[in-house]
Design a protein around this ligand. Sequence first.
Ligand code: SAM
Length: 287
Amino acid sequence: MIEHLPRFIADYGKKLEDVGIERGKGEIEIILCYLLDCDRLDLYLHGEQRFNEEHFRQFSDILSKRLTRYPLQYILKESWFYGRRFKVSPSVMVPTPETELLCETAIKFINSKKLKKPKIVDLGVGSGVIAITMAKELDDCSILGLDISVDALKVAHNNAINFIATDKIEFLESDYFQNVPADSKFDLILANPPYISEEEYKLLPPEVLADPKISLTSGDEGLDAIKKILRDGPDYLAHDGRIMFEIGYNQADQVTELTSKDDRFKSIVILKDLNDIDRVVILSCNK
Ligand SMILES: C[S@@+](CC[C@H](N)C(=O)[O-])C[C@H]1O[C@@H](n2cnc3c(N)ncnc32)[C@H](O)[C@@H]1O
């Protein structure tokens, strides 16, 4: 039993904050909800009574791991994205909330087109959050989720099984478009590519450094994956389709310049995230 939940959360939250974790109290709430298998409201209504000695033992174990700055999502083996709980492991990047903007934009685009069974590709599927969110949020669609990492594909496939989404998603081991049949056409090409430069990589917090490096960096400037998507994407785009991908906070100008030199691109729009940072590129092509 916890005597006074707000004090428990504040005290242990402070321990996390003391080692440099920003939202220590929020993380303690997440751990308690995980252990009690409840939501935040239930935690505050019934948490004090339900928390027992075994919960406290598990809590202490999780806390001591988290105090080393190992990501909470890898400790709990789960991460929330777009209102769903996904399984994660250290072979996939922990999904970030910024990527929800990419999904939201993609869903709006597909719904506005009223296409019959739109075809979508998710380049670098990772844990599967983008592909599975699209599968669950769209009525009818066919999705190809590819990744160069076989371990990531296993995690994504398991998540797709858990969310009963395997009928809509096919998984493929591929270096971007390399193993995608040349005559494939997609209404939507989606990607949250690795986009961190080698210079920035050195400055990342320990939690992000625990992600597989292949999911973070892409060449010295962090632009190699984006350049590949820009090089090959138009060939795989259906008439009036869109290429949408996430970018780093300082890449909008570079991406605009790259697309302006290539007359296959018709328009570029860059959306800002909730922190007012350029985040999602939307491209249409002359076809
Ligand atoms: C930033 S993570 C995104 C993961 C997931 N889509 C998400 O949003 O959480 C980038 C993903 O691209 C994959 N990747 C890296 N290089 C790749 C390549 N050459 N071809 C295909 N996938 C690649 C990584 O394995 C990783 O899963």
